[in-house]
Design a protein around this ligand. Structure first.
Ligand code: GLU
Length: 324
C-alpha cells in the first residue's frame, strides 16, 4: 500500500473539554501521519447527544488548530450517519449475529454471578450466553428502541499492535455479547467506530491504550461486516498528579483552560515530545518539527518505558507548561 493510501483519524467525543491526554494522543497521531504521508480525518463522535450538548467550550477544530494540528477534508459527525449504522446492523442481523437485549444491568450481573465467582459491585461483568433469547424474532434488527447485542463466540482474538505489541483477548470472556445498538436509537461506540473506520478507509487506528481490548471486539465487527480490520497503534495514557487517568472533567488540565491561561502550545508539544522520549528535556517544539521527532521505534520504546514510569501531569509538567 502506498503511503497516500494510508489514512488515520482523530476521533474526539465532544462530551467534555479536551485535556492534555487528548492533546498527547492527537499530536502523536497527527505527527506520525504527517511523517509517513498518511491522510488524517477528523471524526466527531457525538452519538451520546445529551452529553455532547452539555460539553460547550471552544470547538474541537479550534482546539486542534491551537495545537498546530491540521486534517484533510471536512470533519464528519457520527450523528449524521445513522443510516450507515442501521445498514450495518441489518448485515449483522442477516448473519444471525445480533439479538434484542432488554436486560437490565442487575439482570446481567445476576446471571453472570450464577456462572462464576461474585464480582465487586461496580466491576463490569461479561454478558453471559445464558441470557441470549431462544431462536426466534428476538434475533434480528426489527426495532430501534431496544438494546441489541452481537454474539461473541469464545476464541482468542490477537491484536497485533504496532506500539503495544501482540495481545490476545477473548471477547466472550471479557465482555460477553457486546451492545451494538442502544435503546436511545443510536449505535454503540463499538459498532459506530467500526463502521466508520471501514467506510472512511481508515487503515491505521492510533488512539489511547484504554481502547486496546476494544480492538479485539472491533476486529470481529469489521470481519462480520466483510472488512479487513485496520492496523492498531495504541499509545500510552497520561495520568494526573495522583496517578489517575485524566478524566475530561478535570478542568484545570483542559486545553481551554491552558489556552485561557496563556500557555504556549509549543510547550504542550514539547511536553508530549519529552514524554515520548523524542527529546531529553522539555523544550518548546514547533508543530512543523514534531513529525521528524516521532517514529515507530520511538513509540515502542515509549510504551515499554511507561509500564514502570507513566506520563504524569505532575508539578514539574505543570510548571513547564506555565512557562517556569
Ligand atoms: N471517541 C473516542 C474517545 O474519545 C475514541 C474512539 C477511538 O479512537 O476509537 O475516547
Amino acid at each position: 500500500m502506498q503511503p497516500a493510501d494510508r489514512c488515520t483519524r482523530l476521533a474526539p467525543s465532544p462530551t467534555g473539554p479536551l485535556h492534555v491526554g487528548n492533546a498527547c494522543t492527537f499530536l502523536v497521531t497527527w505527527a506520525l501521519a504527517r511523517r509517513l504521508g498518511w491522510r488524517v480525518l477528523l471524526r466527531i463522535e457525538d452519538l451520546d447527544r445529551d452529553r455532547a450538548r452539555a460539553a460547550g467550550g471552544r470547538g474541537v477544530a479550534e482546539q486542534l488548530a491551537w495545537l498546530g494540528i491540521d486534517y484533510d477534508g471536512e470533519p464528519v459527525s457520527q450523528s449524521t450517519r445513522l443510516a450507515a449504522y442501521e445498514r450495518a446492523m441489518a448485515v449483522l442481523a442477516s448473519q444471525g449475529l445480533v439479538f434484542e437485549s432488554p436486560h437490565s444491568r442487575a439482570e446481567v450481573r445476576e446471571a453472570a454471578a450464577a456462572l462464576s465467582a461474585p464480582h465487586a459491585d461496580d466491576a463490569p461483568v461479561a454478558f453471559p450466553a445464558t441470557l441470549r433469547p431462544a431462536t426466534g424474532p428476538a434475533w434480528g434488527f426489527a426495532r430501534r428502541d431496544v438494546n441489541h447485542r452481537m454474539r461473541m463466540d469464545p476464541g482468542i482474538e490477537h491484536v497485533d499492535d504496532r506500539v503495544a505489541g501482540t495481545h490476545g483477548f477473548d471477547p466472550a470472556r471479557t465482555d460477553g455479547d457486546v451492545i451494538t445498538w442502544t435503546k436511545a436509537g443510536w449505535p454503540s461506540y463499538q459498532l459506530a467506530v467500526s463502521v466508520d473506520d471501514a467506510a472512511q478507509g481508515v487503515t491505521d487506528v492510533v488512539r489511547g491504550e484504554d481502547l486496546l481490548h476494544s480492538a479485539a471486539i472491533q476486529a470481529r465487527i469489521h470481519r462480520a461486516l466483510g472488512f479487513a480490520p485496520p492496523r492498531w497503534w495504541h499509545l500510552p495514557l497520561v495520568l494526573d498528579g495522583e496517578g489517575r487517568r485524566l478524566a475530561k472533567r478535570r478542568g484545570s488540565l483542559s486545553l481551554d483552560a491552558l489556552h485561557g491561561a496563556g500557555v504556549d502550545p509549543a510547550r504542550v508539544r514539547g511536553l508530549v515530545a519529552w514524554w515520548a522520549g523524542a527529546i531529553g528535556e522539555p523544550a518548546p517544539v514547533d508543530a512543523a518539527r514534531l513529525p521528524a521527532l516521532l517514529d515507530e521505534p520511538i513509540l515502542r520504546a515509549w510504551h515499554a518505558r511507561t509500564r514502570s514510569a507513566p506520563n504524569t501531569v505532575d508539578e514539574r509538567a505543570l510548571a513547564w507548561l506555565h512557562g517556569s
